[in-house]
Design a binder for this molecule. Structure first.
Ligand SMILES: Nc1ncnc2c1ncn2[C@@H]1O[C@H](COP(=O)(O)OP(=O)(O)OP(=O)(O)O)[C@@H](O)[C@H]1O
Ligand SMILES: CC(=O)N[C@H]1[C@@H]2OC[C@@H](O2)[C@@H](O)[C@@H]1O[C@H](C)C(=O)O
Length: 402
């Protein structure tokens, strides 16, 4: 099956589209990535998302405008992915949408809202769309996140020791696969969320992030500010747990700076970069991780990855390329994989990861232009992911006239 995965993360800068051919072969799920596109949000839409995220208040009208605008932006990315990545033909689109609010109370997720009306994608591509992949896990008592855990576990299962996959997006998440134990997956805290908020604030919106970690590299860590930030009880909460920009936003940072003022902006960035490195490293140490496979935009920040490597001596860091999953495409490919599982009747969650009562069939399906035809449910769930450059789909059967 040729599947397109669409994702925009907590940094809400672009729609990431990843395409892959996927096939179930016995115990294995075979994936052949076909490429990846990053389609920036139109400026006015990105600004509206930014203005609507917590702690800002919003209106029902704005939510309707966002649902349509994000749906249309995802539809544009899907159309381009069909044309540019899939040679003009695909079978399925899987859309994460844009998280507007992840509602967590005392560690329990009560709801999670991803916008981006899938009807726009189905209408523009004619393809069926799997969307709203988090809600079912929340209804089953889970965190609804992180959902990349399924891909991580299938991809890392054959590695020796205790490997972990780390994604450094706005929020950092970690999937740990220890031998003889159920997999764990959780958000460790901010990856770039506070760093990005600081850069936008200090440059009055002229810069969106600390490119190459240059500002952090020029600054010095402020121990008092770091201590104040590390005092957040989120870090001490055991897994399963998830968080988001409802918690780690600019006013949160400004409050910490009011308690521990740091005049030099580069020193603030050095401290926030260190905060990410320390909280990720603490999580890795707590679970005795022996190797770390890194993806997400933060993998392009050498100051961050160097700090992380220093915090974790003896733990080799590798890019997710090592698993055949390009760091900027991993999340979109992971959602392609989840939608593929859904249409094949297979659950997409690992209860020990999200904390749900049971594994769930994820998502809502919007039919394409023709009646919905799903494959027969698969006889068994895959245990391993093989990523390959080789063609994986059987060539279409030659047409025999009646
Ligand atoms: N060259 C770079 N130098 C430094 N940081 C970078 C670079 N490229 C990307 N980043 C950081 O990565 C962030 C985007 O990462 P990514 O696209 O993985 O996040 P996301 O998918 O939106 O978030 P999440 O995974 O939390 O949903 C940027 O906002 C920036 O902070
Ligand atoms: C609610 C939500 O959108 N959560 C995101 C967010 O961004 C990173 C982290 O927090 C992670 O838990 C999750 O996304 C990834 C893709 C996931 O579900 O695996």
């Amino acid at each position: 099956m040729r599947v397109i995965g669409l994702m925009s993360g907590t940094s809400y800068d672009a729609v990431e589209a990843g395409a892959a051919d996927l096939d179930l072969r016995g115990d294995a799920l075979v994936m052949r990535p076909l490429g990846h596109l990053s389609v920036p949000y139109p400026d006015d839409l990105r600004d509206l998302i930014g203005a609507s995220l917590p702690p800002s208040a919003t209106t029902a009208r704005t939510l309707a405008v966002l649902d349509t605008g994000i749906g249309q932006a995802f539809a544009d990315a899907a159309v381009r992915a069909v044309r540019e990545l899939c040679g003009g033909a695909a079978d399925l689109v899987v859309s994460h949408g844009q998280t507007l609010y992840h509602w967590v109370e005392d560690g329990t997720v009560r709801g999670t809202l991803q916008l981006g009306q899938p009807a726009w994608i189905a209408e523009a591509t004619g393809l069926p769309v799997v969307s709203d992949l988090r809600s079912r896990d929340v209804a089953a008592g889970g965190q609804g996140a992180p959902l990349v855990a399924m891909t991580d576990v299938l991809a890392m299962g054959t590695l020796p020791g205790t490997p972990a996959a780390l994604n450094l997006g706005g929020i950092a998440n970690l999937t740990v696969v220890a031998p003889g134990a159920d997999p764990l997956a959780f958000d460790t805290g901010p990856a770039n969320a506070l760093m990005d908020a600081a850069v936008r604030h200090f440059t009055r919106g002229a810069a969106r992030y600390d490119e190459g970690g240059r500002r952090a590299g020029a600054g010095r860590v402020d121990p008092t500010l770091l201590r104040v930030l590390l005092d957040d009880p989120y870090y001490r909460r055991p897994a399963p747990k998830s968080t988001g920009k409802e918690h780690f936003h600019l006013p949160y940072l400004l409050q910490a700076l009011a308690t521990a003022p740091v005049p030099d902006h580069d020193d603030v960035l050095a401290t926030l970069t260190r905060l990410t490195a320390v909280t990720v490293a603490d999580a890795c140490r707590a679970h005795e991780v022996t190797r770390l496979i890194v993806s997400g935009g933060g993998a392009h920040n050498p100051v961050l990855t160097d700090m992380l490597a220093k915090e974790l001596p003896g733990v080799p860091l590798a890019s997710s390329d090592a698993l055949g999953l390009p760091p900027d495409a991993k999340e979109s490919l992971a959602f392609a994989l989840l939608g593929f599982l859904t249409v094949n009747g297979l659950s997409g969650t690992i209860p020990s990861g999200t904390g749900a009562r049971r594994a769930s069939l994820l998502g809502t399906i919007t039919p394409g232009r023709t009646p919905l035809r799903l494959p027969e449910p698969a006889a068994r769930a895959p245990r391993v992911l093989h990523v390959t450059d080789e063609p994986v789909l059987r060539p279409p059967r030659p047409h025999r006239p009646e």
